[in-house]
Write a protein that binds this ligand. Structure first.
Ligand SMILES: [Zn+2]
Length: 353
């Protein structure tokens, strides 16, 4: 499988790392929010180190035996450690039994057995198959449970000269401080608007408002655009835009159905997401009421303006109400009652008197 090209805004990070290649630490901590391109970058970097004849920018040639092994997922010097749930996603997709669900809940962690089997493989193949690099990706590093993290820490404390660990993290503060301190940190930037829009254009993504919705991370915007969440987002925005003329109780019933629908949770649609989106909608309303642009729902700015203009206080109050209810949102005793309470509350705040 050939890798997609590295987006332009990550090239400076690439060049910087390439220029330090002779003096790299044996562990790099790649940090940045989800969707900032860390994994793609790490895979390019791994391929670059393992390739026999990289091009002048350092990218793997794609043709040599090492590149061929990488492409088929069988390179003996490349290791990728991810939570078992991520690994088994496709196998488990066909089953939906209770036991499978429990299994999945457990395996969102990286466990010690995975680290031990990595260490065994590294020992057996000591030196790399051709005396070259060996590269280990851990993604995300914060998924390691304490035992796994401690086992990996040992490996970092006694590095072997040619093994490079690429630790990926959305939340580096959740890592053991002792692990963090052994890593060279590489921070992933958010691109400016122009390169981001250009990239989305090249990907054929028309709804540019998704960029703001994805906090200016184009790759996260693409994930929205290609997944089922984009439709849910538009539906919610349309419903909220119609809230003044729609019965909030009916909306609550409709969203209860959607949230409980088969496949909704797997697609990433849950109460935490719902309340997050509702908060974004209301904060956009506050912005628009104050004469600013909508940040998350730019494609609904007109509808927001029609409702919110001159009413920033009411929208701010609604926003605060929703924020207060956030802790309950994750574990509502009764989803329907919670949604009704939430939406009726918002409706009352926003109702034009
Ligand atoms: Zn190659």
């Amino acid at each position: 499988m050939s890798l997609e090209a590295l987006p332009a805004w990550l090239l400076p990070v690439w060049q910087d790392l390439r220029s330090r290649q002779g003096r790299l630490a044996h562990a790099l901590l790649l940090t940045g929010p989800h969707g900032s391109g860390k994994r793609l970058f790490a895979e390019h970097f791994a391929r670059s180190l393992l390739c026999q004849s990289p091009d002048e920018k350092g990218f793997a040639c794609g043709h040599c035996p090492d590149c061929t092994w990488m492409a088929s997922g069988n390179h003996p010097d490349f290791f990728c450690i991810v939570p078992a749930a991520d690994e088994a996603e496709t196998e488990e997709a066909s089953e939906a039994g209770e036991s499978t669900k429990k299994e999945k809940a457990k395996s969102t962690q990286i466990v010690i057995d995975q680290v031990r089997s990595l260490q065994a493989s590294l020992e057996i193949g000591a030196g790399g198959h051709a005396g070259g690099w060996r590269v280990v990706i851990v993604d995300p590093a914060e998924a390691m449970n304490v035992a796994a993290a401690n086992a990996l820490l040992k490996a970092l404390e006694e590095p072997s000269g040619n093994t490079l660990y690429l630790m990926l993290s959305n939340a580096p503060r959740r890592l053991l401080a002792t692990i963090r301190s052994r890593c060279q940190v590489v921070t992933f930037p958010r691109p400016g608007k122009e390169p981001a829009f250009a990239w989305l254009d090249a990907q054929g993504i028309k709804n540019k408002a998704l960029l703001g919705f994805a906090s200016s991370l184009p790759m996260a915007a693409r994930e929205y655009a290609s997944g089922p969440l984009a439709e849910a987002r538009s539906k919610l925005a349309a419903d909220l835009a119609a809230l003044p003329v729609k019965d909030p109780l009916r909306l609550a019933a409709e969203w209860e159905t959607r949230l409980k629908a088969k496949g909704a949770a797997e697609a990433g649609l849950n109460m935490a997401v719902f309340i997050d989106w509702l908060e974004r909608w209301l904060s956009d309303g506050v912005w628009v009421a104050m004469g600013q642009h909508a940040r998350f729902f730019a494609d609904f700015e007109d509808a927001l303006a029609a409702q919110a203009r001159g009413r920033s206080e009411a929208w701010l109050a609604a926003y605060r109400d929703v924020q207060e209810r956030r802790p309950i949102a994750l574990h509502p005793l009764n989803l329907r009652l919670f949604l009704e309470d939430l939406l009726v509350g918002v409706f009352r705040r926003l109702a034009v008197r």
